[in-house]
Design a protein around this ligand. Structure first.
Ligand code: PMT
Length: 222
């Protein structure tokens, strides 16, 4: 049994995809089953933390002891995340947030007419970057990077530009990670890295939570 090293600490985790409406029946979205984020929430509860899970649309049951907030769009996830961070010690962004939303979703179902369809897209807020730059920023902000190539370079760039304390990078080429029960992570922080080899997401979540806990306690936080 692991000692409750995060007792009294509040952790907020985002998980799953976001769906951005095109019309009342269609949406734009990213792949994500929510398994990785939900496993992290369970691991954080096991470590003794108080856990809030902000989840996009997924078919998973809520891990025991977790407070779950369901959202659909990136804008909703952003506003829930910003409301949760004041009392938060550790924030983990595992959600596959859609980077763009449709500027003006149609109020009625779009009818096909054999013509090309153009959608005007606007950029969604970057949730993890906003959390990491907030005035009352959690002591640790951890992001994920889902890449199909150049894993280390792209992840390290995100670590820096989004002002994160740590980033867990996974190669998502050929649909290997989305929905799977297994994953492998390459974890980077400003002056170090650790490889977490292929393992069940439940195990990987525990290992990542151990690493986060180590860094959190090394940061001289209260
Ligand atoms: O859910 P599973 O099926 O188990 O799959 C797990 C996973 C592949 C979804 C997960 O391990 C993962 O990689 N999640 C992050 C997916 C992602 O959107 O990565 P990204 O490289 O596009 O984004 C980088 C970081 O910015 C992420 O922490 C993301 O949550 C965050 N982000 C991105 C865009 C945005 N508008 N707001 C954000 O907060």
């Amino acid at each position: 049994l692991r000692p409750p090293r995060l007792a009294g600490k509040q952790i907020v985790i985002t998980a799953g995809p976001t769906f951005e409406p095109i019309d009342p029946v269609r949406f734009l979205g990213n792949h994500s089953s929510g398994k990785m984020g939900f496993a992290l929430a369970a691991a954080a509860v096991d470590a003794g933390a108080t856990v809030t899970l902000i989840s996009g649309p997924v078919n998973l049951s809520t891990p025991k002891g977790v407070t779950r907030i369901d959202v659909t769009t990136a804008t909703q996830m952003y506003s829930q995340a910003m409301q949760c961070i004041e009392a938060c010690h550790i924030f983990i962004g595992c959600a596959a947030v859609a980077d763009y939303r449709v500027a003006q979703p149609a109020s009625q179902k779009h009818k096909k007419n054999s013509q090309p369809l153009s959608l005007s897209l606007i950029e969604n807020p970057d949730i993890i970057a906003a959390v990491a730059s907030a005035e009352h920023r959690p002591a640790m902000v951890i992001g994920f990077a889902a890449e199909t190539e150049n894993l280390a370079t792209y992840a390290k760039t995100k670590l820096k530009t989004k002002k994160l304390d740590m980033i867990a990078a996974n190669l998502v080429a050929q649909g290997k990670v989305f929905g799977s029960d297994q994953n492998a992570l390459q974890v980077y922080w400003p002056d170090g890295e650790r490889q977490l080899p292929l393992a069940p997401k439940t195990r990987l979540a525990q290992d990542l939570m151990d690493l986060i806990t180590e860094h959190y306690h090394a940061k001289d936080t209260t």
